[in-house]
Ligand binder design. Sequence first.
Ligand code: MLC
Ligand code: AMP
Length: 505
Amino acid sequence: MNENLYSLFESRFPADRGRPLLLLEDGRAVTYGEAEARCAQYAGLLAGLGLAPGDRVAVQVEKSPEALLLYLACLRAGLVYLPLNSAYQEGEVGYFLENAEPGAVVAQPRSMPWLAPLAARLGIRHLFTLDERGEGSLVDAARGGPVRFTTVGRAGGDLAAILYTSGTTGRSKGAMITHRNLASNATVLHAYWGFRPDDVLVHMLPLFHVHGLFVACHCVLMNGTAMRFHAKFDAGRALEDFRRSSVFMGVPTFYTRLLAEPGLTREACAAMRLFVSGSAPLLAETHADFAARTGHRILERYGMTETGMLTSNPLAGERRPGTVGFPLPGTSVRVVDDEGRACTAGDIGHIQVKGDNVLPGYWRMPERNKEEFTPDGFFRTGDVGFFSADGYLSIVGRSKDLIITGGYNVYPKEVELAIDELPGVAESAVVGVPHPDFGEAVTAVVVARPGAPAPTEAGVIAALKSRLANFKVPKRVFVVKELPRNTMGKVQKNVLRERYSAPGD
Ligand code: MLC
Ligand code: AMP
């Protein structure tokens, strides 16, 4: 049996291929028929380059309909899709390309001055451009190609995508995601959230991470219906769309920004049936304010790049604020103590998971696979939480040193390593402090090197901007004489978090 995820989607496409898949900001639409044809052309182009099933295609582009079709084309051709956040800088991309050894790279035209020499150095023969308007050498090369393509047969365990996630050591790991991982999660979410034949989803998330690419797009593709497709989040546009749509998915920052709009009313959301939040904790206060203003109780769910979606508040029963709901069908979620013994309800412990949605391992990192999985095959999420007596999971913290800012993960170690390389810096510590818009804000505390000119806040921020994706760059930098340490010599990040969370800092 062909377990290619694309074939599953295709089986759900509407019989009338003239129906829209994408409704664009400028009023145009991309129908299912057009999507199939253009996707076939990209698949044909990539296969024609000599790329074989299992080869990686790295893609660092802004969001556009073509970017989505390119993803579907990779699935269809049996190639492994490797999406990269468009904010990543040269050094970050260099590591991913060196590690993943893609057969082809598709990137923004503005990246070519540094990307072309990098690709040449790494022996990557095929390099294409694709810009935010959906134009570039990729589109030119595919134009006029056959509009049919026979989807390549894949087994469920074959790779569909690799998504890099940073690690506590500062080195990124490629999460290997299989066709089965994605198909099982898509099938479960589509059913659990009760998708209906007339649903229209408002899509404002980026396309290079799990939430926007897999969770949102897969639900729509499984439903064979349309999404209103926007380049990025815009609260005003979202409100306009809510009047003629039914489902919205976002990170908590989307919801706090919507709450700042006077136009967010019960009447503006009357056509909507479901608001989903995830990727970062949704404050119970945001949940309550949103319900008071719109009459809608946001449905919060919990997931990870490595595992897809794991738990969800129910569509029908009580959506309990501050919790992430129940394990999804087919996913085992357990909470264990430091010794690996099951915790009882109410007791806080480590969250571990198992299921068809969980990755088989990290790309070329056998040692990490041993550490991240338990001997009985559960994946260690690094999240800490507890189950209530009636089965709702709450996340109370993380055992991994991680900051989530506006739904993006930032590992302090990576930022600290970049800061420590700057002239005049002896050492640094990076923490997350509460932020009204982004939930948490990356904050750096820097110790100057004796005898060297002291670094300045503006200087550190400017230097980091060319080295790190913008969301990793600290919003504030404090230069201090020394870092607080415990008796073991370990930096006390909790002390720093408290110190720099104070209003006025
Ligand atoms: C942008 N900036 C951020 C940021 N996004 N800083 C911190 N955190 C972020 N998330 C930078 C900008 O570059 C800019 O810097 C400054 O902050 C202000 O930018 P902005 O104009 O306010 O940002 P905007 O473009 O509006 O983007 C904010 C956002 C976006 C929240 C809309 O970040 C976003 O779409 N986030 C969603 C992330 C997501 O999809 N996560 C899912 C991961 S999957 P400067 O210096 O230029 O001023 C996952 C699994 C799961 O986690 O469970 O879903
Ligand atoms: P990522 O690696 O980007 O996939 O991020 C996954 C992490 O995001 C999880 O391990 C959690 O720490 C966090 N996360 C996702 N959804 C939620 C949520 N609803 N509440 C709290 N944390 C969440």
